[in-house]
Design a binder for this molecule. Structure first.
Ligand code: SF4
Length: 435
């Protein structure tokens, strides 16, 4: 969940640790809440409710007609069950753990004005009697797999947790878990208290640079959620330099004035095209179409090398279009060479009841479709046990869409040699990297 009001928030720490000026550069852009964020906030409230109920606190179930679904119920169950299992295990280890739900943690001793809210903070003991701090974070997203391993957001929360509760049970071990049920992801990273504190020391200077808006602006997979991305100079330079120097491998001066004159082409050993259309092409004449001295194809290995950068650039291009469109549509800014038009729309009824009444009054009766309730609705209606007993045999989980992802993605690789050949197999586009 995004932290409100903290300049050096834990949730944006991947950005400011890699690109310190990003924290200040984003200040001028509003932190707009999306539908996903609103759904995420509600899901967190349900998680909180479930854990507090287990802790026997007096709580009211959060209500939302818009966001409360069976799927939300299921994914929050996964989180609550995980957290409860940690608490129960600590109890079995002979201690009464300290459990804090939605706990504000302060790590200003590492990053100026740094604070955030940890979904769950538990202090207790492990099976060897060592003091343990366990932080858990619930993620509703399914676009990006979030790994707990050296996750800076979790490590900052843990540093805040240590600062506040480090004296209890003489904490020696720190565990940080990400629970991301929509991607079947529960990952835990463990380190010693000393390792965590050393890491905190190692980032202190970077945090100060970030707070002061200094340091190098560096584009990378951390740009994904940066609000400054559409107007970021580093992103623009990276995209253009790749297009000019690496991907297109343009000949020197191809975009320069006169690059397409007969003289310059002949002196470069290029024959002027006999095609009148090309000769008269306005884009060619003003130098906006590149010309290559040595035609060729790009080998797959070379494309593979630039995939990570292409992912980022594609995400940057999308953000530029979204930003410029929003400026034009929402703020009335004139974009030279562009105009705002209406998209296609579909016909719809204005008053469904009146439609039904009129149709019935005129003798039409077959107005509704009947549909089988969903698998999760069946499960809810029957309960998990009965559902399994009666209908489990009819349940299958089809193979997910195949996706090419970077090698360090924690998901297990599919053994394609063991899968039947299906040339038309559906595949998904390579997802963006990042948190
Ligand atoms: S988008 Fe620009 S400012 Fe933001 S993190 Fe990336 S490089 Fe830094």
């Amino acid at each position: 969940m995004p932290d409100r009001h903290a300049l050096l928030s834990a949730s944006s720490s991947k950005q400011w640790l890699h690109c310190p000026p990003s924290a200040r550069l984003q200040e001028q852009f509003p932190n707009e809440s999306s539908v996903y964020a609103a759904e995420g906030t509600f899901a967190h409230e349900v998680c909180e409710y479930k854990v507090r109920k287990y802790l026997k606190e007096r709580v009211k179930h959060p209500q939302s007609e818009e966001y409360y679904t069976e799927e939300i119920d299921q994914i929050t169950d996964v989180y609550a069950e995980f957290v409860i299992s940690i608490i129960e295990e600590m109890k079995r280890n002979g201690c009464e753990p300290l459990v804090m739900v939605e706990e504000r943690v302060d790590y200003t001793h590492i990053a100026p004005s740094g604070f955030g809210t940890a979904d769950m903070l538990i202090v207790g003991k492990d099976e060897n009697g060592n003091g343990v701090l366990h932080i858990a974070d619930f993620k509703t997203g399914q676009g990006v797999f979030v790994d707990a391993d050296h996750n800076s957001q979790m490590m900052l929360y843990a540093l805040g947790g240590l600062a506040a509760y480090g004296y209890i049970y003489d904490i020696k071990i720190v565990r940080m878990s990400i629970i991301q049920p929509r991607l079947d992801n529960i990952s835990t990273f463990e380190c010693t208290r000393e390792e965590l504190e050393n890491w905190g020391e190692s980032i202190r200077k970077i945090a100060i640079l970030a707070y002061e808006g200094k340091g190098e602006q560096r584009a990378g997979d951390w740009c994904r959620f940066c609000r400054a991305k559409p107007v970021c100079k580093a992103c623009k330079d990276e995209a253009l330099s790749l297009c000019r120097e690496e991907f297109l491998d343009l000949d020197e001066g191809a975009f320069n004035e006169g690059a397409f004159s007969d003289e310059s082409m002949q002196s470069d050993g290029i024959r002027a095209s006999p095609d009148d259309n090309i000769e008269n092409c306005e884009s060619c004449e003003n130098g906006t179409v590149p010309v290559f001295k040595q035609p060729g194809l790009v080998p797959l290995t070379e494309l593979a090398q630039i995939l990570p950068t292409l992912n980022r650039i594609s995400s940057w291009i999308e953000s530029v279009f979204a930003f410029v469109s929003s400026e034009a549509i929402n703020n009335g800014v004139t974009i030279p060479g562009y105009k705002v038009v209406e998209g296609r729309s579909k016909r719809m009824f204005t008053d469904t009841k009146a439609v039904v009444d009129t149709a019935v009054a005129n003798g039409y009766t077959d107005l509704y479709k009947q549909q089988l309730i969903s698998l999760t609705e069946f499960e809810k209606m029957m309960g998990k046990k009965k559902f399994k007993e009666l209908l489990g045999v009819y349940v299958t989980k089809p193979q997910g869409k195949l996706t090419l992802v970077p090698e360090d993605d924690p998901r297990e690789a599919v053994d394609l040699t063991a899968t039947p050949e299906t040339p038309d197999r559906e595949f998904a586009a390579i997802p963006d990297e990042g948190e």
